[in-house]
Design a protein around this ligand. Structure first.
Ligand SMILES: [Zn+2]
Length: 163
């Protein structure tokens, strides 16, 4: 199976993804391919819906962090404190915007064997986790922007992608 990143306009990006129920070789293969694709495109995170799979899992690899896999993630807690940071998305290539998000997050997820783990993340990694988790609920980073900013970013993206 050859995976490709789907972009804005593809319905799968707007679906609420379903739980992963089977932890098998196929899942492992998909995850491995997602890492390849993410690195190729110089991304720091990639969620299953972005490769056309409406299931609840994503991968991350922040600059000074190890590769991580989150399956059936649950955001347990987020900090009151928020912070603004620049985000882009492989499904909206070429545009970036400042998004306000909680500074830290506590997440529960399963690994490739189905084992549950917990992780406390802050700063950049927290931002990536929250961005990728949004994908599992059909949300894109532009949905977190004030409406006028969102319109501007989307129209810029559409101009670029139709050249
Ligand atoms: Zn994204």
């Amino acid at each position: 199976m050859d995976l490709n990143v789907v972009t804005l306009g593809n319905e799968v990006l707007r679906e609420k993804a379903k739980e992963v129920e089977t932890f098998d070789q196929a899942l492992e293969d998909t995850v491995r391919q997602m890492f390849v694709l993410m690195r190729e495109k110089k991304g720091v995170g990639l969620a299953a819906p972005q490769v056309g799979i409406s299931r609840r899992f994503f991968v991350t690899e922040a600059a000074d962090d190890k590769p991580r896999v989150f399956i059936n993630p649950e955001i347990i807690e987020t900090s009151q404190e928020t912070v603004k940071g620049e985000e882009g998305c492989l499904s909206l290539p070429g545009v970036w915007a400042d998004v306000v998000r909680p500074y830290s997050v506590r997440v529960q997820a399963q690994d490739l064997t189905g084992k549950i783990f917990h992780l406390n993340a802050e700063g950049w990694l927290a931002r990536i986790i929250l961005h990728e988790n949004d994908h599992l609920n059909g949300l894109l980073f532009v949905d977190r922007l004030p409406q006028n900013v969102k319109n501007k970013v989307i129209s810029k993206y559409e101009k670029m992608s139709h050249n």
